[in-house]
Design a protein around this ligand. Structure first.
Ligand SMILES: Cc1ncc(COP(=O)(O)O)c(C=O)c1O
Length: 423
């Protein structure tokens, strides 16, 4: 890594600047640059500059209006969640009626499984990936147990082939082909949290549905990272969080997609006063009358101070557009990959993310063959001002987020890795 390549990174940034100016980039506590090279947006996205003023507007409305803010705030709180519906639908390729923002991700997965995991006789299995995020694994196991089933036999964990790091689509398809009649629900991560692999969502959805199963997706690492067309792909349901690529803050509210064909169905569902038709909500009737919309899965009145950051963030996605973001993402991650290919061959480091850009988003995961991933991430931060994240025992994840990451961030990460991990 010569100074020449730093100059190249700077040139690439000048030619392909992204939207870093819209975000607060944390100051560095180590290394030779004032700001961190932030490559952890797959874990927690950076704060948009617009978030604080918008949140302050809502706090001011509360101070000035009290309860009247429900109707009189500049963005009235009563119908506030509807402000998020259309931008969310645009983000994931859905009809507005198919999306709602509410709760957190695992809670939403549970609420969706109340409706969409309906084991019956031999068709009772839930298929996940062996490297599913632990919360999903715990959620599906507890759902199986809730139905009186044995989680160890009900939950099927699909693994990569021996010696491989990522799951092959054809292996998922052949499982569904052979055993699909025992599967009630397929619930996979759209982009795997550990390896960064982008699954073939349309192909797996089609195969699962053809086998008679319901197909849901955890899109925590896909929403805002890769273009999605959930309606067109015929996905049954999906859920995602907003604190990663959607930059809406720690523990931010999550999104839900339910395909139009299910909206009017008499499905089992947990309901509350926010499930009912808003036109009759204050008639205080004892029986809910939900509209045929994902809104019917809402239960409680929404937390406005948590919704405001989601609204601000979605405005950025609307302004920039997923197509432009994906185009920059391909360039930026391609550049990071190129630098890592200079660094890794001589060192105990290997990229485990698929090499085909069509099979990944902006995250590249590295397996380290020596030492601790957590310790490496800590040294990257304290000695070089490079923030990545580590997953025990041996994975370091680097996400070059197209909204705010720079080519120079990628260069800094590669130089730091070259220095800290000796050949
Ligand atoms: C893929 C995936 N699923 C589920 C979760 C859990 O999310 P939450 O704590 O919002 O329920 C995460 C959190 O990082 C995740 O990455």
């Amino acid at each position: 890594m010569t100074p020449d390549t730093e100059a190249r990174a700077r040139r690439l940034d000048a030619d392909d600047p992204g939207h870093r100016d819209l975000f607060h980039v944390p100051p560095a506590s180590g290394g030779g640059y004032p700001d961190v090279a932030y490559l952890a947006g797959n874990s927690l996205g950076l704060q948009p500059r617009a978030t604080r003023p918008e949140l302050m507007e809502e706090l001011d409305a509360w101070a000035q209006l009290g309860v009247e803010g429900h109707l009189e705030a500049a963005r009235p709180w009563l119908p506030y969640h509807q402000l998020l519906t259309e931008p969310t639908a645009r983000l994931v390729g859905a009809l507005p009626a198919e999306t709602v923002v509410m709760n957190s991700l695992t809670v939403n997965l549970h609420l969706l499984m109340v409706s969409f995991y309906r084991p019956s006789g031999r068709r009772n299995r839930i298929v996940i990936e062996d490297t599913a995020f632990p919360s999903d694994s715990y959620a599906v196991r507890s759902q199986a147990a809730f139905h009186g089933l044995d989680p160890d036999t009900t939950v099927v964990r699909l693994s990569p082939r021996p010696g491989e790091d990522t799951l092959r689509t054809e292996d998922v398809l052949s499982y569904l082909d052979a055993d699909g009649d025992t599967v009630a629900l397929v619930l996979l991560g759209g982009v795997n949290y550990l390896t960064g692999e982008l699954m073939d969502i349309p192909a797996i959805t089609a195969a699962g549905r053809a086998a008679g199963a319901t197909v849901g997706w955890d899109l925590a690492h896909a929403a805002g990272n890769v273009p999605l067309a959930l309606h067109e792909w015929d996905v049954d349901f999906a859920a995602w969080c907003s604190y990663k690529y959607l930059n809406s803050g720690p523990g931010a509210l999550a999104g839900v997609f339910i395909h139009e064909r299910h909206l009017g169905e008499p499905l089992p569902r947990f309901e509350g006063w926010w499930s009912t038709d808003p036109a009759i909500r204050f008639q205080m009737a004892p029986v809910a009358r939900p509209l045929p919309a994902a809104d019917a899965w809402q239960i409680s009145n929404p937390p406005i101070f948590s919704m405001a950051p989601v609204r601000t963030s979605l405005e950025i996605f609307d302004k920039v557009g997923m197509a432009a973001l994906r185009a920059r993402s391909l360039r930026l991650t391609g550049y990071l990959e190129e630098l890592l290919d200079e660094v890794t061959p001589a060192r105990p480091l290997a990229v485990v993310t698929p090499r085909d850009p069509a099979r990944r988003g902006c995250q590249l995961s590295l397996r380290i063959g020596r030492g601790s991933a957590v310790e490496l991430a800590s040294r990257l931060r304290h000695e070089h001002g490079v923030i990545v994240d580590a997953r025990e025992p041996d994975i370091v994840r680097l996400a070059s987020v197209p909204l705010y990451s720079t080519y120079h961030d990628c260069w800094r990460a590669a130089v730091a890795l070259a220095e800290l991990v000796r050949p």
